[in-house]
Design a protein around this ligand. Sequence first.
Ligand code: AMP
Length: 364
Amino acid sequence: MSLKITKPLRTGSTIGILGAGQLGRMLSLAAARLGLKCHIYAPETDQPAYDVSSAHTIAAYEDEAALRAFASQVDVITTEFENVPASTLEFLENLCPVAPRAGAVAIAQDRLSEKNFFEQAGVRTPAFAAVEDLASLKSALEKLGIPAVLKTRRMGYDGKGQAKITEPQDAEAAWQAIGARSAILEAFVPFRTEVSIIAARSTIGQVVCYDVTENTHKDHILHRSIVPATAHPQTLEKAKQAAITLAHALDYVGTFAVEFFIQGEGENETLLANEMAPRVHNSGHWTLDGCSVSQFEQHIRAISGWPLAQPVRFGTIEMLNILGRDIEDLPRFAHEVGTSVHDYGKKDAIKGRKMGHITRVKPE
Ligand code: AMP
């Protein structure tokens, strides 16, 4: 039986976070503002979240003794890392309240169950088909047509585990490129733009959405987010309704993101859901400096049994990710009026690694 938070956590209570990256760091900082402490659990040493949390445990996600000890020291457990094994969350659910619940995270970890779930919930997606081997890939290509995108069902992010197929004879190379693993084939969407919505659902089922964000990627990694998005009001409302529907259908507690493709223009726009992240999301970092309540604080409120607040946006916003050694240039943005700078405190500025971000706020 999974345990639930029944009254709001108060001063000095501790939130357990699985995962220790920048998302855990920003969650910890948000929790501190509400008088709450964080205990981080992750297998890696030297992680950004450890510097700003009151305790951390370095252990494997499969280490049951370490998980038990962790659960006994915290009041609620959450995750900042999408690919934490669902079995770890299930194990913890018997020991401590866990939010979001293991079942909701498990759906989002598997691209096929996620797309099936979107469909069942009435949220439109690109056409897709399950792929188990080269033969099923070939028949999926016949059904969906070319171009198409082959994606591993699990552990894909920032374009990893993906191959675009533009010619029928590319099928075998694409199958090998993704590691000949269970996969999903999607029709290639010639989208006009990509948007995402960040929303949160509380323990009593209150759902609050942020304004839809428009996102640009470089080399499959998020580069820039702007708010408000340049889409038709009807499309923006559809994105909001999709988030609300999915949150209730999953009995979700916490902050999450849904990413969409938009095809067409104006009233003819089509909104297709690409994926859902069962956690705070990079495209919601603008809420830290651009809103009265950030996605991180909203997550902490949601999992701690607090009321959620309708966020007030402070203007038009631009968020830029800082990757790799570009972090050395961060001070260059520090003098800009209306700009906030964030450095995640990571040691090694590896190429393509998310090291920090800046947010520019222009009052409307
Ligand atoms: P994902 O890992 O599913 O978020 O995909 C990473 C990026 O690849 C997306 O942000 C898109 O730019 C692109 N992409 C993924 N799926 C499709 C698709 N079906 N059609 C066109 N572009 C796609």
